[in-house]
Design a protein. Structure first.
Length: 294
C-alpha cells in the first residue's frame, strides 16, 4: 500500500515559534507556503524549500490547511481581513484568551472555515524534539483535528481538549498560572537561603525533588472538587496548616525576606478556616478565588 504524501499547508507568522514550526514541517517533507508581515523573515525558510507569499491572502489560497502563529488576536484579524476563507481549515496557534478564541471560531465559521484553536505548551527549542516533552493543546472542530491530527503532531505532541474553541486557551493559561505559582514559591525558597552559607546549586535538587513529590497533591484536589467532599482522607488539615503559618512568616522576617509571595495565600487559608471546617485540606481555597459571576 502506498503511503499518503505529506499534507501541504500554509503558515502565517514567522516569529521564533512560527519559524520553528516551519522548519519542522519542512524537515518532515511537508510542502509549505509561508507569509510574514516582514518578508525578510521568510528568506531562510525559502532556502529550505518553503514557498513564500507576498500576501496573507495568497498564503491562505495556496492550501486548505492554514496555520496561524501571530502576535495576538488583533494581528489575526488584521492578517485575514477581507481574505476568502471558504473551505479552509484554520488552526490558530496565536496566544489568546478563551473568549477571544470562541469569538474567532464563530468569526471563521461565518466565513465558511473550520476552526481549531491551539495552546502551545513549549518554547521554540522544544519544537521538533519529541524527547523535550512539548505539546500543543487543541480545541474546536473535532472533524478538523481528525483530518489533520497527524500533520499537527509533526512539530510537537497533540492533546485535544474539547469542542469548545476556548478550552485550549483556558487550559494553556491554567497550566501556566500553576507554573508561575511554582516559580513564586521557588523564588521565596531561594531568597530564604540567599544570605546564608548555603550553596543554591546544592539546594536545588532538594527543592526540585520536594516540588515533584508535592505535585501529586493535585489529583486529590481534583477528586475533592469533583465530589464536593473536602474532608475525606485529609492528612494535613487546614487548621493545622494555618497554625503553622506564623513560623513561615517569622522565618522570612529573620532572613530579611519579604513575605509578599506567601502572605496572600496564607490570608486565603485563614479566611477559609474562619468560614469552613478546620478538618478540610486546602481545596476550599479554590472556591474563595471564584467571583460571584465570571
Amino acid at each position: 500500500m502506498t503511503a499518503n504524501p505529506p499534507t501541504s499547508l500554509s503558515l502565517l507568522g514567522l516569529g521564533a515559534m512560527g519559524s520553528a514550526l516551519a522548519r519542522t514541517w519542512l524537515a518532515a517533507g511537508h510542502p509549505l507556503t509561508v507569509w510574514n508581515r516582514t518578508p525578510a523573515r521568510a528568506d531562510s525558510l525559502a532556502a529550505l524549500g518553503a514557498k513564500t507569499s507576498d500576501t496573507a491572502a495568497g498564503a491562505v489560497a495556496a492550501n486548505t490547511l492554514v496555520v496561524l502563529c501571530l502576535l495576538d488576536d488583533d494581528s489575526v484579524g488584521a492578517a485575514l481581513d477581507g481574505v476568502d476563507l471558504t473551505g479552509r481549515d484554520l488552526v490558530n496557534l496565536t496566544t489568546t484568551t478563551p473568549a477571544q478564541a470562541r469569538a474567532r471560531a464563530a468569526w471563521a465559521e461565518e466565513r465558511g472555515a473550520r476552526y481549531l484553536d491551539g495552546g502551545i505548551m513549549a518554547v521554540p527549542p522544544m519544537i521538533g524534539v519529541p524527547e523535550a516533552g512539548g505539546y500543543v493543546l487543541y480545541s474546536g472542530s473535532a472533524e478538523l483535528f481528525a483530518a489533520h491530527g497527524a500533520t499537527l503532531a509533526v512539530p510537537a505532541g497533540t492533546t485535544y481538549v474539547g469542542a469548545d474553541a476556548g478550552f485550549a486557551a483556558l487550559h494553556d493559561v491554567a497550566l501556566l498560572s500553576a507554573m508561575y505559582g511554582m516559580f513564586a514559591g521557588a523564588a521565596h525558597a531561594f531568597a530564604l537561603i540567599r544570605r546564608e552559607a548555603v550553596d543554591p546549586v546544592a539546594f536545588a535538587p532538594l527543592l526540585a525533588d520536594w516540588l515533584t513529590a508535592m505535585s501529586g497533591s493535585v489529583h486529590g484536589t481534583a477528586a475533592r472538587l469533583r465530589s464536593g467532599e473536602y474532608t475525606g482522607g485529609v492528612v494535613s488539615p487546614l487548621a493545622m496548616q494555618v497554625a503553622g503559618t506564623p513560623t513561615f512568616l517569622a522565618t522570612a522576617e529573620e532572613q530579611g525576606v519579604s513575605p509578599e509571595l506567601l502572605a496572600p495565600y496564607f490570608g486565603l487559608m485563614r479566611r477559609r478556616l474562619a468560614e469552613g471546617s478546620g478538618e478540610e485540606d486546602l481545596t476550599g481555597v479554590v472556591d474563595l478565588l471564584l467571583r460571584e459571576s465570571p
